[in-house]
Design a protein around this ligand. Structure first.
Ligand SMILES: C[S@@+](CC[C@H](N)C(=O)[O-])C[C@H]1O[C@@H](n2cnc3c(N)ncnc32)[C@H](O)[C@@H]1O
Length: 297
C-alpha cells in the first residue's frame, strides 16, 4: 500500500470528491473509507472521509460542536474599535463571544492581554502594563500568577506580532512596540500557560490574524472570521476546548496517540486551507479557488 502524508491523501481523494460525496449518500463513512482505500491503494480512514465531507459542507449529519452550534466555522461582522485604547477589541466582539461561548454570570473568565478592558464580576484581567489596572500585572511570556485549572474561559487578544523567516518569504509585523512600547511577543509564547490555568473542559478563544494551530492538550471546536469593514485586515477567532480527564486518559493510550497526531495535523491543515480557499474565491473568483484547491487540497 502506498504511504502518503495526510495532505497528499486529501489531495488525491479530492480529485474524486464528486464520487466520494455521492458514495456518502447511501454508505457509511467507514464503508466509503474502505472502498477508497482499496481503489486508490492508500490507507484512507473514515475520519479523512468525514473531513472531506465537512470541507464541502456535505456531512451526513450536521456537526454539533460548540454548545450545539451546527457549524465549526462562522463569521462575525463587527464594528471598528471606537475605544480610545489603541488595539482595543472590535465593536461588539465581546458580546458575540459571550453568545458563542455562552459565558454566563458566575463563569470564571480570564481576559489575557486585557488592555483597557475592565472585567466583570468573576472575571480577571492580565496585562503587562500597570497603567491598565488589570487584576494581574504580568508578562504573558513567563509563568502566570494563577493556579492550575482556574478558569472556565480564557479570552485572548495578543499583540499581532509575527516574524516569519522562510526560504520564500520574510514577514515581520510588530505592532506591540509602536502601540504600547512593549517588546515583540511570539504568537505561541503564552499558550502553554493559558492552557494550564484553564479548567479541563474549559474554552480558550484567541483573536489574531493567524488561525492558531491546535493548542497542546486541547481540541479545536470553532473558527470564526472577524471583519470590521472595508480596508480593514481580516482577523480570526480560534476556539479550543481543553481536554477533560476522560479525554486525556484516552489520549494517553498508545493506540490513540497515532490517531490523534494524524487527526490534529489534518485538522490544522484543513481549517487554514478552508479559510484561504474562501478568501481566494471572494477575491479572485471560483476558477482561482479551484486552482488553489487542486494545488493544496
Ligand atoms: C491587542 S491589545 C489588547 C487590547 C484589549 N483587547 C482591549 O480591548 O483594550 C494587546 C495588549 O497586550 C499587552 N501586552 C503586550 N505584551 C505583553 C506581554 N508580554 N504580556 C502581557 N501583556 C502584554 C499590551 O499592553 C496590550 O494592552
Amino acid at each position: 500500500m502506498l504511504k502518503l502524508g495526510n495532505g497528499e491523501k486529501i489531495g488525491l481523494l479530492n480529485d474524486y470528491r464528486d464520487e466520494v460525496l455521492e458514495d456518502l449518500q447511501n454508505m457509511e463513512y467507514e464503508d466509503v473509507a474502505t472502498k477508497w482505500s482499496e481503489k486508490l491503494g492508500i490507507s484512507v480512514s473514515k475520519n479523512t472521509i468525514w473531513r472531506l465531507a465537512s470541507h464541502y459542507n456535505k456531512l451526513k449529519k450536521k456537526d454539533v460542536s460548540l454548545h450545539g452550534s451546527p457549524s465549526r466555522r462562522s463569521s462575525m461582522v463587527c464594528g471598528r474599535n471606537t475605544a480610545p485604547y489603541k488595539g482595543g477589541y472590535p465593536g461588539g466582539f465581546l458580546q458575540k463571544i459571550d453568545k458563542l461561548l455562552q459565558i454566563r454570570e458566575g463563569s470564571r473568565v480570564l481576559h489575557l492581554f486585557s488592555g483597557s478592558m475592565e472585567g466583570r464580576e468573576n472575571e480577571d484581567t492580565m496585562d503587562i502594563q500597570e497603567t491598565n489596572n488589570p487584576t494581574f500585572v504580568a508578562d504573558a511570556r513567563e509563568t502566570f500568577p494563577m493556579d492550575d485549572n482556574t478558569y472556565d474561559y480564557a479570552v485572548v487578544d495578543p499583540p499581532y506580532d509575527l516574524v516569519e523567516n522562510t526560504r520564500h518569504k520574510r514577514v515581520e509585523i510588530t505592532y506591540g512596540n509602536a502601540l504600547w512600547a512593549t517588546e515583540a511577543i511570539r504568537p505561541y509564547a503564552w499558550c502553554d500557560e493559558t492552557v494550564r490555568v484553564t479548567k479541563p473542559g474549559g474554552f480558550i478563544a484567541i483573536l489574531h490574524h493567524l488561525v492558531y494551530k491546535t493548542l497542546p492538550g486541547c481540541a479545536r471546536v470553532h473558527t470564526a472570521s472577524v471583519t470590521t469593514g472595508p480596508n480593514m485586515r481580516i482577523r480570526v477567532v480560534s476556539i479550543f476546548q481543553k481536554d477533560t480527564d476522560l479525554v486525556r486518559g484516552l489520549k494517553d493510550k498508545d493506540e490513540f496517540k497515532l490517531l490523534e497526531k494524524r487527526q490534529q495535523a489534518l485538522d490544522d491543515f484543513l481549517v487554514s486551507s478552508v479559510r484561504m480557499e474562501d478568501m481566494m474565491e471572494e477575491c479572485f473568483g471560483a476558477e482561482a479557488a479551484e486552482e488553489f484547491r487542486k494545488e493544496y487540497l
